[in-house]
Design a protein around this ligand. Structure first.
Ligand SMILES: [Zn+2]
Length: 275
């Protein structure tokens, strides 16, 4: 069995286009990953995310950003809710009470500062999609290369929050190997939005972790494959969930669900980290 597993592992490394050095040593180029608290809130009615189920039931949500240190530089995955919300004593009330009332205990700028990371140190900012709870602070990094799907870039966002047109951006069309060694892979998972993406990270000790973005919002919806009412495509959402399930099996990866509070309560937050 171990030799079969090794063969599969070697095959995967080549499939993902690993650099020769990485293939020889088998080491991931990722050094560590921080989970940053980018918001906390209460969803008014979670049947928005599970039509016909849990009607009128509210649920605590969280909003996570992930800071990844790779040998070639830092990658920030999602920039969270706008830092301005940290200055609102009662947080940000949603326009529709079924949606999420968000608060920000601390700004992203302060979280990065506490880790000794300056915005200019970050090589790439990639985000799962362009909803405001995921790109709130994108202009904190005006010179950082954005990694965004072309379909998302060109999508007119219904909430009106966008990055500036002159912000450097790589417009992706599908999966993308961020550092060229297979250790950080952007995975195209459309459906929640037209150019939604997830992130597969190979951590040296923790192993493979798949960061969901909003491909799914909480564990119960994942287990029951429920599609939120506001998603842009039900068919794409279901196909993306299947793709994620296949990747989890293939890489023996953990699924870290961005908004799932119960899961995040069991995880280490910055300044603690995963390696
Ligand atoms: Zn979203």
């Amino acid at each position: 069995m171990p030799s079969i597993r090794l063969c599969v592992a070697v095959a995967l490394i080549f499939c993902l286009g690993a650099a020769p050095g990485a293939a020889q040593t088998g080491k991931s180029g990722v050094e560590k990953l921080y989970i940053i608290n980018c918001g906390e809130g209460v969803a008014g009615d979670i049947s928005r995310w599970s039509p016909g189920v849990n009607l009128g039931k509210s649920m605590d949500f969280v909003d996570s950003c992930y800071l990844i240190k790779h040998g070639q530089g830092w990658l920030l995955w999602d920039t969270g809710l706008a830092d301005a919300i940290a200055g609102m004593p009662e947080g940000q009330r949603p326009p529709d009470p079924r949606m999420t009332h968000w608060r920000r205990p601390k700004t992203l700028a302060a979280e990065l500062d506490a880790l000794g990371v300056r915005p200019a140190d970050i090589k790439y900012v990639a985000f799962s999609h362009t909803h405001p709870d995921h790109i709130g602070n994108v202009e904190l990094f005006p010179h950082t290369m954005l990694l965004v799907q072309k379909a998302e870039y060109e999508w007119p966002a219904p909430f009106g929050v966008r990055f500036k047109p002159d912000h450097p951006a790589t417009k992706l069309e599908g999966d993308h190997d961020v550092f060229g060694d297979g250790s950080v892979m952007i995975i195209s998972t459309p459906g929640h939005t037209p150019g939604h993406q997830s992130l597969l990270v190979q951590l040296p000790k923790t192993g493979a972790v798949l960061l969901s973005g909003d491909a799914v919002h909480f564990k119960d919806n994942w287990e029951n494959r429920r599609v939120p009412e506001g998603n842009t495509s039900k068919e794409q959402t279901l196909a993306s969930m299947q793709r994620i399930a296949d990747l989890l099996a293939q890489h023996k990866a953990q699924l870290w669900i961005n908004h799932d509070k119960a899961q995040r309560d069991s995880q280490k937050l910055a300044p603690d980290f995963y390696d």
